[in-house]
Design a protein around this ligand. Structure first.
Ligand SMILES: *Cc1c(COP(=O)(O)O)cnc(C)c1O
Length: 417
């Protein structure tokens, strides 16, 4: 694949001066990436890597895809930002595409996954006050979940490691075990007391950061029934698993249930920052002035995201996600079978897959990721014991094969240490 622009070289890269100027919120791998094409990226020393991270399940069409290059160029030349004070045609077209391709009736655009989830939380609270007549609404979320890094979304994220030192947290959240219907039923009846009541249940159809844990079909179908019986809103966080990553356009299609509200971000813009909040039925809960975003839905991001959506459809990429996903899982299982003491499970949907390491050994997911980098393959952990595979959705059969070979070599080096 050809890029339109000359290669920019920031070599030699100086990590010390980087760290002097940038807050140390990330433990970074010692690698500075400067260009990409398709599923390949190159570092500042010119080394090539196969990218099975894709900006963490974000670069749907890989790097420098001609459709994105064309859309970015066209949109920046035409109009890139105005304000939601006015009608934005690209925003309307993207919303229409999402509505035509999901259970949603209407869309609100913002800039990130956390911000989309914030919108969902606000919508659920207003719905609870104005429709369910609950004075102290509670939103239930699942242990092991991940919903973002703002104050409300770290509170929604039922993992203490994301909350430590940031208290007081936001009130109005409670947690239940994932895929456990008894725990959910118990929590709902326990919380229905005085002014309190459950307003919404917020779940990932497949938990991404929590270790690539797919939702259980029976569990999700029963959750849907409970919500239908009680009026509790069912909210799905599709930020990581949505936009084709699971082999279906939306993660919920793997579970046979539709949410009342769902959120998207990561893969939606193929790597340009966009978030979206989708609602079915409960679309006019927000009135003008009650929720907003300066950048949300601007002509630039919507024009580019629309081209990503149309390319996904036109090039039948969902079929590739299913085929390459199966190839990848088969290959991972073949590797796992060589190391039964190290690798306990391979699981996932489409092109979001996890390889779990045994709990009783010292080897961690970051150890495997480091060894993979040394073998030219970029991977990302999902928690301390799960290695995650989330390549661009355009990954080819040959690239999956290459990645499996690199991983096999990488594991051989750490397994003998
Ligand atoms: C990444 C992620 C988020 C947060 O998205 P940001 O764009 O980083 O705010 C929320 N939910 C899920 C499931 C995610 O994977």
């Amino acid at each position: 694949m050809q890029t339109l622009f000359p290669q920019v070289t920031i070599n030699p890269f100086n990590a010390d001066s980087f760290n002097e100027a940038v807050m140390s919120t990330y433990a970074r791998f010692p690698l500075a990436l400067e260009r990409g094409a398709g599923c390949r990226v190159w570092d500042t020393d010119g080394r090539e890597y196969l990218d099975f991270v894709a900006g963490i399940a974000t670069c749907t069409l890989g790097h420098a895809h001609p459709a994105m290059v064309e859309a970015v160029t066209r949109q920046i030349q035409k109009l890139h930002h105005v304000s939601n004070l006015y009608y934005i045609p690209e925003q309307g077209e993207l919303a229409k595409w999402i509505v035509d391709h999901s259970c949603a009736d209407r869309v609100f655009f913002c800039n990130s996954g956390a911000e989309a989830n914030e919108g969902a939380i606000k919508l659920a609270r207003k719905y609870a006050h104005t429709v369910l007549d609950i004075e102290q609404p509670i939103i239930l979320t699942a242990s092991g979940s991940f919903h973002g890094r703002t104050l409300a979304t770290i509170t929604a994220t039922a993992q203490p490691k994301y909350q430590k030192y940031f208290d007081p947290l936001v009130p109005g959240f409670d947690y239940v075990a994932y895929n456990d219907i008894r725990a959910l039923e118990a929590a709902i009846s326990e919380l229905d007391e005085g002014d309190y009541g459950v307003a919404a249940i917020l779940l990932e159809p497949l938990q991404g950061e929590g270790g690539v844990r797919p939702g259980d079909v029976e569990y999700f179908q029963r959750v849907r029934e409970i919500c239908d019986e009680t009026g509790i809103l069912l909210i799905f966080d599709e930020v990581q698993v949505g936009m084709g990553r699971s082999g279906k356009l939306w993660g919920y299609e793997n579970l046979g249930v539709e949410p009342d509200i769902f959120t998207s971000a990561k893969g939606l813009g193929g790597g340009i920052p966009i978030g979206a909040l989708m609602s079915k039925k409960f679309c006019d809960v927000f009135k003008p002035g009650e929720h907003a975003s300066t950048f949300g839905g601007n002509p630039f991001v919507c024009g580019v995201a629309l081209s990503v959506c149309q390319t996904l459809e036109k090039e039948n990429i969902l079929q590739n996600v299913q085929d390459r996903g199966e190839q990848l899982r088969n290959g991972l299982r073949a590797i796992a079978s060589k190391y039964p003491d190290l690798i306990t499970e391979v699981r996932g949907w489409g092109l979001i897959n996890g390889m779990e390491l045994a709990a009783d050994i010292e080897l961690t997911a970051p150890d495997i990721v480091k060894a993979a980098i040394d073998n030219g393959l970029l991977l990302v952990p999902a928690g301390p014991k799960v290695v995650r595979f989330v390549p661009p959705l355009i990954v080819t059969e040959a690239e999956v094969k290459m990645a499996l070979q690199a991983l096999d070599k990488a594991i051989a080096t750490v397994a003998t240490e």
